[in-house]
Design a protein around this ligand. Structure first.
Ligand SMILES: NC(=O)c1ccc[n+]([C@@H]2O[C@H](COP(=O)([O-])OP(=O)(O)OC[C@H]3O[C@@H](n4cnc5c(N)ncnc54)[C@H](OP(=O)(O)O)[C@@H]3O)[C@@H](O)[C@H]2O)c1
Length: 264
């Protein structure tokens, strides 16, 4: 893990911190001596991650139990976190997300709303709620956790791919808007990372892992550490000239396929 002195004593909100990428990112910020607020619905898992963050070196840990599916819930959660941080937020990581499966014929209003509410709208509402506090801070950084899905297309996970493409566009538009307040907005766009994300919709992560090992040029799935490292870099004082970018972390997946060669 890289060391960043800029995070010592700074305040960081990570949504979706009860699991996967968000949990590791929170632990990485904690290890730099930050004060971290952990968002998520599962209080038990949030408490476990909070312990990990304290052990890693967090100056303070705040748990924000919240379902971010509605605007009001997002605003209330942000208000509680900001109250605990005395109105100053240095870094916001909009990471909460859900996977979705289904082709055009299978689209339902309920499923489209479920995915867009969390993957797109929650990032919009929480950003809106945190702008004033971020503008008062020293780091002034937002990192959205998008996906390499935003750069591609799928016949069977339509709503998920659409949600991440829209999140990329929100990242760029918010970056253009908020740079007037000194706030840098960027996104990381991972390809397959081994987390519980897929099993929540009944997919077998081992099958996805085997596919990635065969197909990705780097021959492996991403790790939560790969993604957390990029989040910390983008939010840090080492990335001060980077705004509005959607940075693909994909082990080469969007560059080419290992399985399409004369040998295969
Ligand atoms: N894993 C991958 O291959 C991959 C690839 C590209 C992008 N991503 C993105 O990375 C982000 C994190 O995913 P992950 O892979 O780490 O999956 P994960 O382990 O399933 O984590 C998802 C997180 O989002 C939270 N969340 C989901 N719905 C929520 C809701 N309604 N309200 C509040 N929190 C909610 C979950 O918390 P609770 O369960 O406690 O509610 C959990 O902490 C997502 O945005 C995902 O799209 C993942």
């Amino acid at each position: 893990m890289a060391t960043y002195s800029c995070y010592k004593g700074k305040t960081v909100l990570v949504t979706g911190a009860s699991s996967g990428i968000g949990a590791t990112a929170a632990e990485y910020f904690a290890a730099q001596g930050a004060k971290v607020a952990l968002g998520g619905r599962n209080e038990e898992r949030l408490n476990q991650i909070a312990d990990r963050c304290r052990k890693a070196g967090a100056e303070k840990v705040f748990i924000a139990v919240c379902d971010v599916s509605t605007r009001q819930a997002c605003l209330d959660m942000a208000a509680k976190v900001l109250n605990d941080f005395n109105g100053v937020l240095d870094v916001l990581v909009n990471n909460a997300g859900v996977f979705g499966v289904g082709n055009t014929a299978q689209l339902t209003e309920e499923e489209v709303n479920r995915v867009l509410d969390v993957n797109l709208k929650a990032a919009m509402w929480i950003t809106q709620a945190c702008v004033e506090a971020l503008a008062k801070s020293s780091l002034k950084a937002i990192v959205n956790v998008s996906s390499s899905a935003s750069k591609m297309a799928s016949s069977d996970s339509i709503t998920y791919f659409v949600s991440k493409a829209a999140l990329d566009k929100f990242t760029q538009c918010a970056a253009m808007d908020l740079i007037s307040k000194g706030i840098r907005v960027n996104a990381v766009n991972p390809a397959g990372v081994e987390t519980p994300l897929f099993s929540t919709v009944g997919l077998d992560v081992n099958k996805i892992k085997a596919f990635c090992e065969k197909d990705y040029p780097m021959g492996r799935m991403g790790t939560t550490e790969d993604i957390a490292a990029a989040i910390l870099f983008l939010a840090s004082d080492q990335a001060q000239f980077i705004m509005g970018q959607t940075i693909v972390l994909c082990g080469g997946k969007t560059v080419g396929s290992r399985t399409i060669t004369r040998q295969n």
